[in-house]
Ligand binder design. Structure first.
Ligand code: LLP
Length: 434
């Protein structure tokens, strides 16, 4: 469920008209709904914490660490932090943003296959909840960095459970040949080795098998294997206090079968890995942010090719603003912002960037559009603005956060002067003073 609906003949975000926002802020622009972000977080967190088997021995609810790579805008983070949400981070930049937006350090998880020594040191000094270690060399470096700081590093080992899943091969992470995590066998031996180390505190294990997973089966398979490994570690005399089950539950993009519901996910999880006497962590990203955001764009013109008869809807948004269709052939529903009539036409929807990849969709039946009309790319709140670039020297699209009838620019569009000031011309081109 989201808070983008037609009222008074225009698509609104909560009580704000997207037409008015586009006219005031300019296009292209991203718009996020606070109410949707909060709802998604709370529905997910409540579904899990209401399962007695997913509460920790101290009766703590699972830690929901929002995977902020999905949308790391500070306004979005602050909204979620105020609800009690944690953060799954993958860089020092993300840790800094999470802390600044109000996520307490003890709700921050640090994942990723290539954390630098400096990033590990930063995370340890800030007292984050745990580092999710993904390989042997990383664990060796973590031990050294922690020793240099005279600290004990709380970590879990990411096991690659050998079950890959996800909406596209580029976002599948749990397959045996993917770069993420290590085999259970290696993980168990590393865990045992770390148990006696003065600067390492092995807390448990983690997995994340992919993104945009619609079906619970692969998750259930991976979670069941995780249960087995927790039991094996304990049978080997090792203590296991935490289990991190990653993110990955898919969202509706309205072109494929509906994903499993959060309620079914919670039931499955409790059955597969409940009652292990651990503190559970979940890392949803897309689930929280995707349908909480849209990208608004204006039609520059409609170009009909005389030879093929194709109609190109040429927009002022491009692949630099929303990369997912070009990179993953991802589908985004494209709706007119003005309430549409009944007449439809077939469009190739494209941006102005000079390559064929800058195509959002081909031959899609849509309400008839004309120059100056506005369209909304739905489900663009996750992996949208964060994957934007200034390719073709197009300024980054601004971001707006809506709350009820109020809105705030949470990232302004840079001016051309600001863009150019970031790229100082070397002094040797400056004419010498006479
Ligand atoms: N945890 C880890 C360790 C991850 O690698 C990811 C996503 C998540 C959590 C969050 O997964 P989610 O709940 O969002 O599915 N750019 C791609 C998606 C890449 C996902 C990478 N990892 C896209 O636009 O579809």
């Amino acid at each position: 469920m989201n808070h983008f609906d037609y009222h008074d003949d225009a698509l609104n975000c909560e009580q704000v008209s997207l037409t008015e926002l586009a006219d005031t802020v300019g296009t292209p622009l991203y718009v996020y709904s606070s109410a949707t972000l909060e709802r998604h977080y709370n529905v997910f967190a409540d579904a899990l914490s209401s399962k007695p088997g997913l509460r920790s021995p101290r009766d703590e609810a699972p830690l929901v660490a929002y995977a902020m790579k999905a949308n790391s805008n500070m306004g979005v983070l602050a909204t979620l932090a105020a609800q009690g949400c944690g953060a799954d981070t993958v860089s020092e930049g993300e840790i800094r943003k999470a802390l600044k937006a109000g996520v307490p350090a003890n709700r921050i998880v640090f994942s990723g296959v290539g954390k630098t020594d400096a990033e590990m040191a930063f995370a340890l000094k800030d007292g984050i909840y745990q580092l999710n270690v993904e390989s042997r060399p990383e664990l060796e470096r973590l031990a050294r960095v922690a020793a240099e700081l005279n600290m004990v590093a709380p970590f879990v080992i990411r096991i690659n459970p050998g079950v890959g899943a996800g909406g596209h091969e580029k976002i599948t992470t749990g397959g045996a040949k993917d770069k993420f995590g290590i085999s259970a066998e290696e993980a168990l031996s590393l865990y045992a080795g770390a148990a006696g180390h003065p600067n390492l505190a092995p807390m448990g294990i983690a997995c994340h098998i992919g993104s945009q997973i619609l079906d619970l089966k692969p998750l259930q398979e991976a979670f069941t294997r995780m249960r087995g490994w927790v039991e094996q570690l304990r049978a080997n005399g090792l203590s296991v206090e935490r289990l991190d089950l990653g993110g990955g539950l898919g969202v509706p993009y309205f072109n494929q079968k509906e994903p499993a519901t959060i309620a079914d996910y919670a039931d499955m999880t409790a059955l597969a890995v409940g009652n292990l006497g651990v503190r559970y962590t979940f890392e949803p990203g897309r689930l929280i942010a995707a349908n909480a955001g849209v990208l608004i764009s204006r039609v520059i013109h409609v170009h009909e090719r005389e030879d093929s008869g194709q109609q190109f809807l040429v927009l002022d948004a491009a692949m630099n603003d929303l990369l997912r269709p070009a990179l993953y052939d991802a589908f985004h529903d494209i709706r007119p912002v003005a309430r549409p009539g009944n007449e439809t036409a077939k469009y190739d929807v494209v941006g102005p960037i000079c390559e064929t990849g800058d195509t959002f969709t081909r031959g899609r039946d849509m309400p008839v559009m004309k120059a100056g009309d506005l369209v909304a790319f739905m489900s663009a709140g996750a992996y949208g603005a964060v994957m934007g670039s200034e390719y073709n020297s197009r300024p980054l699209a601004p971001e707006v956060l809506v709350r009820d009838a109020d809105w705030s620019i949470v990232r302004p569009r840079p001016s051309y002067d600001e863009m150019m000031a970031r790229e100082p011309i070397p002094a040797w081109f400056t004419p010498a003073p006479k």
